[in-house]
Every structure is written in C-alpha cells, then in structure tokens.
Design a protein around this ligand. Sequence first.
Ligand code: ZN
Length: 412
Amino acid sequence: MSDVLDRFLRYVRYDTQSDERSTSFPSTEKQLVLLRALVDELRGIGLADVAIDEYGYVMATVPATSAKATVPTIGFIAHVDTSPEMSGAGVNPVVHRRYDGRDLVLPDDQSAVLRLAENPALAEQTGCDIVTASGTTLLGADDKAGVAEIVTAAAHLVAHPEISHGTIRIAFTPDEEVGRGTAHFDVARFGARFAYTVDGGSRGEVEAESFSADAMTVTFHGFNTHPGYAKGRMINAIRIAANFLHRLPADRLAPEATDGHEGFVHPYVMQAGVDRTSVKLLIRDFQTDALREKELFVKHLAQEATAAYPGAWLETAVEESYRNMKEVLDRHPDVIEYAREAVRCAGLEVRSRSIRGGTDGSRLSFMGLPTPNLFAGEQNFHSRLEWVSVCDMEKAVEVIVNLARIWEERSW
Ligand SMILES: [Zn+2]
C-alpha cells in the first residue's frame, strides 16, 4: 500500500472535530490525541526538533542537506481538526479500487452515493483509488490528506539525503475550521521565511489569493412599551431591521448571486427584540478598498431604514477579519513561481484559483510568513460525500519534495 494512503487511513480514524463554542485552546481535547501521535511518528521518522507546545502546535525540522548558506527555510503546514458541521466520530474509510466511472455507494447509508454527474472532478480519476467515508460521517481529507502528504514527503526527504534542499520546517495545527488556527501560531519559533499550507482541492491547484474580509454589526434601537398601550409610542426595532434587510439587494452583492471575483454582503445572524435588534453581516471582496465601499453602502441602507421610524437610532461597527494574501504574496513572486514549477515538474497542469474565503495562510501572510495554499486532493469537504484520490495525494507528496529541491536550486 502507498505510504501516504496508509498514513491517511490511520489519521482519519482519530476524531479531531473542533468546536466553535469552546473557550479553551485547542477547542477540543481530542485534537491533542492525534497531535501527540504525530510527535511520536515524526521522531520515529528521524526528524529533528520535534516539539508540541502548550497550545498543541506540533513543529519539526527536516535538516538541510545542501551546503549552500543562502537557501531560505521553507515551511509546510496542515491542520488536524475537522469541521464542526459534520460528525467526525467513528470515521470508517472505504478505499474504492481503480475508479472506472461507476457510482460509488457508501456502505453505511445507501442514499449516500458519489456520482460522476454531480462530481465533475471524478472525471480525471479513472484508474485511481478513491477514498470515501462510509456514509454517516465526513472523511476528514480536509486536512488529514495534507497532514499525510507532508509527513510522507518529510520521510522521503530524510530517507533520500542525496536530494539537496535547505532547512524544511513542518507544522500541524489545531482549530483551523473554527477560524482560530493561527491564534497561537508562533511565527518566530517556526522560523521559516516562506510557507505553504497543504489544504486545497484538485491536483495542480496553487491558491495565491483569498478574500479580504470584515465582520459588520448593525444595531437598531427602538422603544418598547406594553403593546396594549403602545399607540404612537412603540418603536419596534424588529420592523426596522426587516425594513433594512428588504433594502439589501438580492440579485447582486449576495452570496447566492455572486461567484468568481465578485464580493458580497451577507447577513447571517440576527438577534431580535422590540427594543433592540442587531444584524451581523459578513463583508467580502478580493479588493480590500472595496470592503469600505460595501460597508458605507450597508450603513446608508441602515440609515434610510432607521429614518423611516422617527425616534429610532442606529449603531454600526466594523471588525477586520482577514485580508487577501495576494497583497503580501505579490511582494514575493518566487513563492508562487516555484510552486507552479513544482506542480509542472510533477507532470501536472497548474490551476490558479482564488479562494472565496480565507485560509490560515491569509492570516499567516499578514503575520510575516507569506503562505499560499497547495492542493491536497480534498473534494466535497465538510460533507459525508467527502472524497480524496490516492493519485492526487501521491502527486501532492511529489510537489512538496519538488518544492524543497527547487528552492535549493534557485539559491546560490
Ligand atoms: Zn482545511
């Protein structure tokens, strides 16, 4: 069995679901079980500086084999947690050998069927082994595929000292799925100049652009009184919020109406009372400047709604979430250039994708560690129809090894 598959099948059996309601770090104790197992495995492979810190971050070093002093330290990062949206307990991976276009029926739930017609990415997997869960849980390829690929590439580099490379750092992190994956990531301790998250989709993908994101809260203040005696006095904040939501365009600027490079405004949580109703909105765009425009537009609509209810008043607040990593990566073109070259050296076509969301790399890039995202082979993530191709996982290992080599070759 291929090494990367063997590791992957082991890792997915650990329940590592994170929990957004938790106030501890990592958010769930069970993530530490896999993180500690990884420490043992990395030591067994012969990596140096293997350590787990008080927050659960695991870091290790593949020592340099090159005599060149100028090769920058490069990092590879993957997260061990799985999404709170779908159960990750009792994952029972199923390997479907030599895919030939047939429907893949998941054994524990006959209604869970992976069909070519609904999964165009399967079209390029003929002859490859496909791994799915058994129908009642997610698989956890997001991002245990990335973990397995990085460990396998590190083991390959240790076993092949004839491959010249600089110092390679690897890190495994908790709590990515609840947006806290970088909360305690010690960039200085990691010590890499540039890094790659291995947490993407189809083979060949290199993602160097993410959304820029803010969170906006719009709060309408009304006036509550006994409804039996409210004539001419009550100001119902719920009605103001409804008026505001009605003004938001539905045929543009909404997640349901946009794709590609378009941004959006997305009301996603409302806390409603007569006296006070607040609406939380996600503001997204690839251009950071355009966030401000969208926020002013939202504020304008909220003011119009409020003005229709004399005596009501309005509060708005904006909080920065993360920024488009492209703003940082544009200053370090080699990071992307070498990734593309590593993909081509593995015999693959480069696919450049813009992430309509954020990654740990978006935050790390602004913490001083430029970090684009590489494919890991993940498909249908956060779903019980999640799957990964063993061919893609093997290619990802090859790309990581190529990258280590290319960074050395390009240094002098
Ligand atoms: Zn992920």
